[in-house]
Design a protein around this ligand. Structure first.
Ligand code: HEM
Length: 491
C-alpha cells in the first residue's frame, strides 16, 4: 500500500523533519500541545521515521479509530520498528485474524481469578525493595520501581522463583531492555536503520543469550508435571489451545514472552514513578492515599483514583498508531484521509483537553472518585481490538505497590515538580522522581488481617468462571469473540 505524502494530508508544522524530531524527542508534550493550538484537533507531523503521521486529539476521531475494525485499522505494521526485538510473531506485529487469535490466547492469563494469583508476588517484590530504604535516604523512585516491576513481570510471566535462575534471567532481560530504553541504541536504530550491521550486532549480543535461556525455561516447563495447574503466564500459554486445538509454537511463545517483558515492565514502572512524584508534590493527596494504604481495607478508592489521574496527566505513551487500509474521514468531516495513512490517536492530547478535564494540568485524583473513567476520553491503555492486554494487571500492580510502599515509609519530595523527559519509548520524570525517606513505619496489624482474607479486587475487576487448569481456547483467524478487547467497556 502506497503511503500518502504530506501534501495529501491535513496541515501541520512546516519545520524540517529533523527539527520536528528533535522536539518530539526532547519536549513531546510542548510539541504536541503547540501543534494542537495552531492547527486544531487534527494535524500532520513529519515523523521521525520518515513517514507522515496524522495526530488526532478529538474523542470523536479516537472513537472512529478504536471502533474501526481489524481489517481497516492495522497496528501491526505501525509497530515494525520493534520487530527485530520482539520478533515477527509478536502480538504487537500482527493484524486481523492472526492478531485476534494471539489475543484470545493471551487475554485469559491477565484476567479474572488468574490476576489474584499474582498479588502475593506484587506485594513481596515491593516489600523486599522498600525494606532496603533507610530513614533519611534520598532516592530516585523510578529506578526502584523498575526493580519492582521487573521482578513482578519475571515471576508472574515465567513463574521463576527466587534464586540463581531468577538472577540469571534478570541480567539477560536487563540487557535486552537496554535496546529500547537506552537512547543511544534507539537513535542508532533510527539513523542507521534496523538492518545496519552495527545495529544487528548489538541486538544479537543482547538477545542471543536471552533467547537461549528462554528456550531452556520453555522446554523445562513444557515437561513439568504440574504445568496444567500452575498460575504463571508461561504455563497458561503452554496449555492454551486455539479453536483448531493447536498450541502456540516455540517461536510464537518466545516472541510473546519478550513482548510481555517489554510492554509490561517499563510502562508500569514509569507510571508508578510519576504517581509517587505527583503524590509527594501534593501532600493532601499523599496523606489520603497513605491513610488508605495503612487502613487494612481491601478497596483503596482514593489510591485507584490517584493512579487513574496519573495515567491521565502523565501518560507514559503519548500516542498509539494505526495504518488505515481504506479511506477514513476525520475532523468532523473536514479531512478525507487516503488509504495507507498512518493515524495516531493522541493519548496525551485527549487527556489534556480542558473541555473534558477542567484545569487539565492540575493533579486532582478527585476527578475519578465519582465513577469509572469514560470511554474515548481516558485512553492510557489505547483501545478497541488493540487495547492493552495487561491493563487490569498493571492497575492491580500499581495499587498493590502503592499500598505496600506507603504502608512502610513516609516520603517527602526532593525539589519541585519534575519535568517530563523521554526515556526512549516512555515519558518519565526528568530526575527520576526524587524523594527523601522521612521515616520508616511498621506495617499495621490490619494489613496482616487483610493478607489473610485474600480478597483483592483490581479496579474493574472482571468475574471469571475458568478454573486455573481449564484450557484456554482461541479461534484461529476469526473475528468473533466474547471480549477481544479484554475490557468490559467498549474502548
Ligand atoms: C501502566 C502500564 C501500562 C500502560 C500505560 C500500557 C499501555 C499500552 C498501550 C497504550 C498499548 C497500545 C494500545 C493500542 O494500540 O490501542 C498497549 C498494548 C499492549 N500492552 Fe500495555 N500498558 C501497560 C502495561 C502492560 C502490562 C503490565 C502488560 C503485560 C504484562 C502489557 C501488555 C501489552 C500488550 C501485549 C499490548 C499489545 C496489545 C495488542 O496489540 O493487541 N501492558 N499497552
Amino acid at each position: 500500500m502506497q503511503a500518502p505524502t504530506l501534501l495529501d494530508l491535513p496541515p501541520g508544522p512546516e519545520q524540517p523533519r529533523a527539527a520536528q524530531a528533535l522536539q518530539w524527542i526532547t519536549r513531546p508534550r510542548e510539541f504536541l500541545l503547540r501543534q494542537r493550538e495552531r492547527f486544531g484537533d487534527v494535524f500532520t507531523i513529519d515523523f521521525i521515521d520518515g513517514e507522515p503521521l496524522v495526530v488526532l486529539a478529538d474523542p470523536a476521531d479516537v472513537r472512529t479509530v478504536f471502533t474501526g475494525g481489524a481489517a481497516l485499522m492495522h497496528a501491526g505494521e505501525a509497530n515494525r520498528l520493534l520487530e527485530p526485538i520482539v520478533g515477527s510473531r509478536s502480538i504487537l506485529l500482527l493484524d486481523e485474524g492472526e492478531h485476534l487469535r494471539q489475543r484470545r490466547l493471551l487475554l485469559p492469563a491477565f484476567h479474572g481469578e488468574r490476576l489474584r494469583g499474582h498479588v502475593a508476588i506484587m506485594r513481596e517484590a515491593t516489600a523486599r525493595e522498600v525494606d532496603t530504604w533507610r530513614a533519611g535516604e534520598r532516592l530516585a523512585v523510578l529506578g526502584r520501581m523498575q526493580a519492582i516491576t521487573l521482578e513482578v513481570i519475571m515471576r508472574a510471566v515465567f513463574g521463576v522463583e527466587e534464586g540463581l535462575e531468577l538472577e540469571r534471567l534478570r541480567d539477560l532481560v536487563r540487557r535486552m531492555l537496554t535496546l529500547t530504553t537506552d537512547w543511544s541504541q534507539l537513535l542508532l536504530t533510527f539513523l542507521a536503520g534496523p538492518g545496519s550491521p552495527r545495529v544487528v550486532a548489538r541486538r544479537r549480543a543482547a538477545l542471543a543469550p536471552l533467547d537461549e535461556e528462554l528456550g531452556r525455561i520453555v522446554a523445562e516447563r513444557r515437561a513439568a508435571p504440574d504445568v496444567a495447574v500452575r498460575g504463571d503466564v508461561l504455563s497458561l500459554l503452554l496449555c492454551a489451545r486455539d479453536d483448531d486445538g493447536m498450541p502456540l509454537g516455540d517461536g510464537e511463545l518466545r516472541d510473546e514472552l519478550v513482548t510481555l517483558l517489554l510492554a509490561g515492565h517499563e510502562t508500569t514502572a514509569s507510571t508508578l514513578a510519576w504517581c509517587l512524584e505527583r503524590l509527594t508534590r501534593h501532600p493532601q493527596a499523599l496523606a489520603r492515599v497513605t491513610a488508605e494504604a495503612r487502613s487494612g481495607a481491601d478497596e483503596l478508592p482514593y489510591a485507584d483514583a490517584a493512579i487513574q489521574e496519573t495515567l491521565r496527566l502523565r501518560s507514559v505513551l503519548p500516542i498509539v498508531v494505526r495504518r488505515i487500509t481504506a479511506p477514513v474521514v476525520v475532523g468532523q468531516g473536514r479531512f478525507h484521509l487516503p488509504a495507507g495513512t498512518r493515524v495516531a490517536p493522541s493519548i496525551l492530547l485527549v487527556h489534556l483537553r480542558p473541555d473534558l478535564y477542567p484545569e487539565p494540568l492540575e493533579f486532582r485524583p478527585e476527578r475519578f472518585l465519582d465513577g469509572a473513567p469514560r470511554t474515548y476520553t481516558w485512553i492510557p491503555f489505547g483501545g478497541g481490538l488493540r487495547r492493552c492486554v495487561g491493563a487490569a494487571f498493571a492497575q492491580l500492580e500499581m495499587r498493590e505497590v502503592l499500598r505496600e510502599t506507603l504502608a512502610r515509609v513516609e516520603l517527602e519530595p526532593l525539589g519541585g515538580d519534575e519535568r517530563i523527559t523521554r526515556r526512549a519509548l516512555t515519558l518519565v520524570p526528568r530526575r527520576g522522581a526524587r524523594v527523601r525517606v522521612v521515616r520508616r513505619v511498621e506495617p499495621a496489624e490490619p494489613s496482616r488481617r487483610r493478607r489473610r482474607s485474600g480478597r483483592y479486587r483490581p479496579p474493574g475487576w472482571p468475574p471469571s468462571s475458568q478454573s486455573p487448569s481449564a484450557p484456554i481456547r482461541a479461534r484461529r483467524g476469526s473475528s468473533r469473540s466474547a471480549s477481544p478487547t479484554g475490557s468490559r467497556r467498549s474502548s
